[in-house]
Design a protein around this ligand. Structure first.
Ligand SMILES: Cc1cc2nc3c(=O)[nH]c(=O)nc-3n(C[C@H](O)[C@H](O)[C@H](O)COP(=O)(O)OP(=O)(O)OC[C@H]3O[C@@H](n4cnc5c(N)ncnc54)[C@H](O)[C@@H]3O)c2cc1C
Length: 314
């Protein structure tokens, strides 16, 4: 189990505030009382009614060279907020009105419309139902509105948010788990690690620039972590993650692969898992979280299918 021993950038011992924002022990999985829309022995799908809310920054913590953790409270105290699966996410809205308040989606034809608003998807790293706060870990890159916002966020700053709208829960019934992530999916991977049951066999492959971007991954699982360093290569330009997952021994098909990161760099995994292993569609998720060179990448429109795949079955 890893601990927050020293501050990754300054080398100083963590303060009480650091410990509160980045605890060294895994936190309990909070499962709220929502009935699934669909469920089987391996997974469950949930849908939620959701309304926009205003988030206000409470505190920030630089977790690593790449990640900034930001803790928020909400104008409605997160009333009815669900917290079910490790990779659930919400939409953040970055436009402000003339009074400096977030511009939230309004209802058009009976539904909340987000067209025309500047929004991005982010993982709910941790929802603290007792203290009604929510943590999000932002990658600090210099190319986009969200990356910039996170770099300068300070207590009192506000954002709009909406969600989560739906959640896909992978059950704890598999013999093994393979988790693969780049920096953007590391928050979700950390939540996976935190919520896997005691002793579960799990292997994580994580692509970051260098050791300065590593974070502790507190877990009760029997987790082996492989950090993959891209060095001077630009994010989203390597095949490190896909190559590492493809090296895994998939002989026992009762396992689950969860992979997320830059859409094109992990795309080949869908074909591999489908045609080169005995895993079924209930045994894996490969999710494009962003696409190099494309602002506000929408993975619901693209990135899921692999139409040019001609890989023959093994
Ligand atoms: C379900 C889901 C959960 C996600 N969770 C997280 C999370 O917890 N933390 C997180 O940081 N991101 C997360 N992401 C990814 C995040 O939504 C994208 O990285 C988003 O593009 C960032 O918005 P932006 O405004 O900073 O950049 P954009 O304006 O969208 O993009 C501008 C440029 O920056 C590039 N770019 C975007 N992201 C990165 C990056 N990380 N590194 C380098 N270049 C980049 C784009 O390719 C584009 O060229 C998640 C995405 C999804 C779909």
């Amino acid at each position: 189990m890893s601990t927050l021993a020293m501050h990754p950038l300054t080398g100083t011992a963590p303060t009480e505030a650091d410990r509160a924002l980045a605890p060294a022990i895994p936190r309990p999985a909070v499962r709220t009382e929502h009935a699934p829309l669909r469920e089987n022995t391996r997974n469950a799908t949930f849908r939620f009614d959701t309304s926009p809310r205003v988030l206000t920054v409470v505190s920030t913590l630089r977790l690593s060279e790449a990640l900034m953790r930001i803790r928020f409270r909400a104008d409605d105290d997160f009333a009815g907020f669900p917290s079910i699966s490790p990779d659930e996410h919400l939409k953040l809205f970055f436009d402000m009105d003339e009074d400096g308040m977030p511009v939230l989606p309004t209802i058009v034809d009976g539904r909340f419309a987000i067209r025309g608003l500047t929004h991005r998807d982010f993982t709910i790293r941790w929802f603290d139902s007792a203290n009604r706060t929510l943590d999000i870990d932002f990658v600090l890159h210099t190319h986009g509105v969200a990356g910039h916002w996170a770099a300068t966020a300070a207590p009192g700053d506000r954002l709009g948010s909406m969600g989560p709208r739906s959640t896909y829960l992978v059950k704890d019934t598999f013999d093994w788990y393979v988790l693969a992530a780049d920096d953007t999916a590391l928050p979700a991977l950390a939540r996976w690690a935190e919520t896997l049951p005691k002793g579960t066999a799990a292997t994580a492959f994580i692509e970051v620039a260098s050791p300065a971007s590593q974070i502790p991954l507190p877990t009760r699982a029997d987790l082996t972590v492989h950090w993959l360093y891209r060095g001077d290569a630009q994010p989203g330009t390597t095949t490190l993650l896909a190559d590492a997952v493809m090296e895994y021994d998939f002989t026992n098909p009762n396992g689950y692969v969860w992979a997320a990161g830059e859409a094109m760099s992990i795309k080949s995994l869908r074909c591999y898992l489908t045609f080169r292993t005995r895993l079924t569609r209930d045994n894996w998720t490969v999710d494009g979280y962003w696409r190099r060179g494309e602002a506000a990448f929408d993975r619901t429109l693209r990135g899921r299918a692999c139409p040019q795949c001609t890989t023959p079955a093994a």
